[in-house]
Design a binder for this molecule. Structure first.
Ligand code: PLP
Ligand code: COI
Length: 361
């Protein structure tokens, strides 16, 4: 390929003993592997200097664009130890495509999709001993890109740094697979039409932080956002998409109208549900209807889904104007069935009819 990745394993990797200790129940995002990928972009050279080497800190001018104007995008995907002992990535091409779309939305130079896939593959391969052995554990890969022009001038990025780091992870939520509680944010919104809601950029998460803090203060695990125009329609959670399950066995999720992130887990769940013969709808659903249906029993389950959170049942929803429990508050069988079907493919325990898994060499 036109951007050869130079692979330079580090001289002093973490000892096996130390690594085993770090791999025991890692808190999400706190433990990092030995290596990382970096590549540079400049106006004259395009993408160049792609390297996989020892993880290291960055040094920047205090005038660096990302520090002032938030020109940053990222991705999240996982490498899984397969039932046969090999390692495979889940749908990295889909992340590569979304990363390029996010770059275009922030007027940053898109990374060639092949270069994205080669980078995540090579890092997962070199650091595969960092994948924990426990059930439900995996290696979370975090590709990201920042604008590194050293200027306070407000202009599109020319110089950029692309990087990939990796973290061994177990369950995202403290409670493991238990149902989560949501707080309805009726004051703060996450994204407006024409904004950056469907890009995976750091700024979206920065803007959502105060709403997540409010949720935590209210004793809830996650915030659920409503649309910015009518403050009626359920959009998504701070870091996950949302699905509803009805008593007729159908499932529904908000449509991709530009204000929510097009989740790869969301897309996979829609496909798996169709494979199982369920009726699926991508239609908007109001928070008031959600409460009414949960109370009448028409809505029987709801779940959140994303790379980090996998599939997590939603047990209860609260807000200034809402309070309801979903089903028995613990999750239900459709959620469990879809989660099982997804995990079976990701861990190589089931056939992969859609060709989602990319095996490492
Ligand atoms: N929505 C938001 C805001 C997210 O941060 C994520 C996580 O990446 C998702 C949805 C789910 O996306 P995916 O399934 O691609 O991880
Ligand atoms: C992911 O699931 O990859 C996310 O981005 C969620 C969160 C950790 C930001």
């Amino acid at each position: 390929m036109s951007h050869p990745l130079s692979i330079e394993p580090c001289d002093a990797p973490t000892s096996t003993e130390q690594r085993q200790a770090l791999l025991h129940n890692p808190v999400f995002g706190k433990v990092f592997t030995d290596h990382m990928v970096t590549a540079q972009h400049s106006a004259d050279k395009g993408w160049h200097q792609a390297r996989l080497k020892a993880r290291h800190d960055f040094q920047f001018s205090p005038g660096t664009t990302v520090l002032h104007y938030g020109l940053e995008i990222f991705e999240g995907l996982k490498a899984y130890r397969q039932a046969n002992g090999s390692v495979a990535l889940f749908r990295p091409e889909a992340n590569a495509k979304r990363f390029a779309n996010s770059a275009r939305r922030l007027a940053m130079p898109p990374l060639p999709e092949a270069m994205f896939v080669e980078s995540v593959k090579a890092l997962a391969q070199l650091d595969k001993d960092w994948i924990p052995q426990q059930d439900f554990a995996s290696l979370y890969l975090r590709p990201f890109m920042i604008a590194t022009d050293a200027t306070l001038g407000l202009k599109p990025a020319e110089e950029c740094l692309f990087s990939v780091i990796a973290c061994p992870v177990g369950a995202y939520f403290k409670g493991g697979a238990a149902a989560v509680s949501l707080w309805v944010s009726d004051h703060f919104t996450r994204a407006a039409p024409g904004g950056t809601g469907d890009a995976k950029c750091g700024g979206n998460y920065a803007a959502a932080m105060v709403a997540q803090l409010e949720a935590s203060r209210q004793g809830c695990d996650q915030v659920v956002f409503l649309d910015a125009v009518e403050r009626l329609w359920v959009e998504e959670l701070g870091g996950m998409n949302v699905f509803f399950v009805f008593d007729d066995g159908s499932i529904q999720t908000p449509p991709l109208t530009g204000t929510i992130l097009p989740g790869i887990t969301r897309d996979s769940i829609l496909q798996l549900a169709m494979d199982k013969g369920l009726t699926v709808r991508e239609e908007r659903y109001s928070i008031d209807q959600w409460q009414q249906d949960a109370q009448s029993g028409r809505l029987v389950e709801a779940f959140a889904c994303g790379t980090a959170a996998v599939v997590t049942p939603i047990g209860s929803v609260r807000g200034n104007r809402h309070e309801f429990t979903i089903g028995n508050g613990q999750g239900g069988e459709v959620t469990a069935m879809l989660k099982g079907a997804l995990l079976d493919i990701q861990y190589g325990r089931a056939d992969d009819p859609h060709g989602w898994m990319l095996a490492l060499d």
